[in-house]
Design a protein around this ligand. Sequence first.
Ligand code: NOJ
Length: 759
Amino acid sequence: MKSRILSILILGLIFSISGFAQSQDKIPEVEALLEKMTLEEKIGQLNLLTPGGGVATGAVVSKNVEDKIKAGKVGGLFGVSGPEKIRIAQEYAVNDTRLGIPLLIGSDVIHGYRTTFPIPLGLSSSWDMDLIQKTASIAAKEATADGINWNFSPMVDIARDPRWGRIAEGAGEDPFLGSAVARAMVKGYQGEDLTNPATMIATVKHFALYGAAEAGRDYNTVDMSRVKMFNEYLPPYKAAIDAGAGSVMSSFNDINGIPATGNKWLLTDLLRDRWGFEGFVVSDYTSLNEMIAHGMGDLQAVSALALNAGLDMDMVGEGFLSTLKKSVEEGKVSEEDITVAARRVLEAKYKLGLFEDPYLYLDENRPESDILTEAHREVARKAAARSFVLLKKEGSILPLKKNAKIGLIGPLANNKNNMLGTWAPTGDPQLSVPILQGLKNVAPNAEITYAKGANITDDAELAEKINVFGPRAEIDKKSPEVLLKEALQTANNAEIIVAVVGEATEMSGEAASRTDITIPESQKKLIRELLKTGKPVVLVLMSGRPLVISEEMEMPLSILQVWHPGVEAGNAVADVLFGDYNPSGKLTATWPRSVGQIPIYYAEKNTGRPEPASGEFEKFKSNYLDSPNSPLLPFGYGLSYTEFEYSDAKASSNTLNENGEITISATVTNTGEFDGEEVVQLYLHDKVRSITPPVKELKGFKKILLKKGESKTVDFKISVEDLKFYNANLEYVFEPGEFEFFIAGSSVHPFTGTFTVEE
Ligand code: NOJ
């Protein structure tokens, strides 16, 4: 086989020396290979399978994978891990096919590989891009050590509907922050050099607008104006592509009448022609075949639709494999377009270094040295602590004293199964540190007693749906009454109650939409009863989404939101509860008062009849009879054990011209009793423009550390580049006029200054 690859390389060299290559951008080795390939072999490269049977373990979905690889009918595999297993598959491809083309090996490494980091919504709440990039590069190091060379992440879908379970997998609602996170993750996964065996190709998903599914129901329809797409939903995908992401995954949803997987406007006009994307596009899992259910025709028709739209690789459904040849014969697709798709897949393999060495990612010694190391767990612990958001402080109970007498209560308080969060298939819940253990580790002198107190839910039907990947919300053999009684005994013997409550991991994630996003009633009841003891209560709240916690926000208790914290859950929660780390996370998605307010997001537009500034109801204004418009907790919000004061916000000049720059700054002072980090945020408002502007937009953020009593001036440089938007003709422009600004620790603050952009 080596000699076959060598001959390809030599051919490529001859081609490039003789100037035979068709274009400067083309890779001679790939072109040489394409020259040799039959139509069937090219189609084979477009087929992505997940094995069952002979090759490896994994979800048994694709049939006869081994035979198909040997027959040259497979371009890549996913759902298989470990160098030994992958080597077997790679050897089939390399030794048993005519041209010996190696396989891409994909995986869903969403928030860490074996070292599971907090869910992405949690990670984004850290607003710490270096840290996020670090988690992605650790994920890449671990995954590649296990043979993976292609990752199905980052998920950059903007989500403004917390009913949608997959809000857990992204960076929340904002395009500016979402773009920063997208860049950090692509850089983390791909590093500087894709042929480095510790890096892997990143996949931007789900292209596009998957997070805007109607009614927050997964896979649902999206119908959206282009102006809204370009300004609010597309920026993070573009940012990831501009950062060099090697592949894109098409989404399940329909976009303005054409499913993304068969949407030529999306996959070619926008992605390739407008954005210049040069990598390859893979479908989501059977999303090609699902276009039959969307009403786009039979398998042959939807496969042709997808190929003609610009899809390069078909995940699991085998529509390309089984119909494209016939479509070529019938003139429904061209062989040239199949060659183009095959070229893109082959180029990815080339860039990964697989033509040079098909076994580059299959070093059997690496798993031992590179996966789940102590250093990686340390980063997981740090990342988790930084992802937590202090939602409410009651009195000065926090941070807890390390010798306190604590009643630790709740169904998530001593539970390993729900620490990792959704979409952590390569992690192992049993490796995670439960909260009880973490508290004991960090405060060995504290007196901690534990009681479960309640089931995650008492609803057996719901529990069954949540337990689809294993026990997450088991209903206890003891009755709810007995559980509660035990909890109250524990509570009464303690000085302080820490109640760990919220969602099980599979209450968010894929196909886990909810219409009621409150804490389940079984746990709400527990919280009410614990409060009646009169002891101070700290709620440690876990969830994969913003929850409706209007009732709990009214209660005299403290609330620390910890998402699903990952493998170091307990240690990180203890670090924060005991004050070894002062919480600094800020919400990246708005928390509504009720589901009736959804979709809700801070960068909304004004109506012609805005709600009165008082927030009081007025007839013929844009408001509700039964609720204020404002959210329960706004975007950017999060408290600290200390206090921060903002002062002296100003712009370096009142005017900005096309080639100029101004500096907007403010002084931030730590006026409280603890050292702490603060996420300083800059928001702008374009007062008048050719399409209606949002009431405010995040345009900058910096995370700073301030010692107790310390002040720092934080500044943001702004040029017209930062003020551009897509106008009604989808041109990316700035328009002269007045802008307002404020700098604060959340998105809710009055504007404190203005500047004018000159003609
Ligand atoms: C379906 C999910 O939508 C996608 O995010 C994932 O990458 C694929 N399945 C493959 O597991």
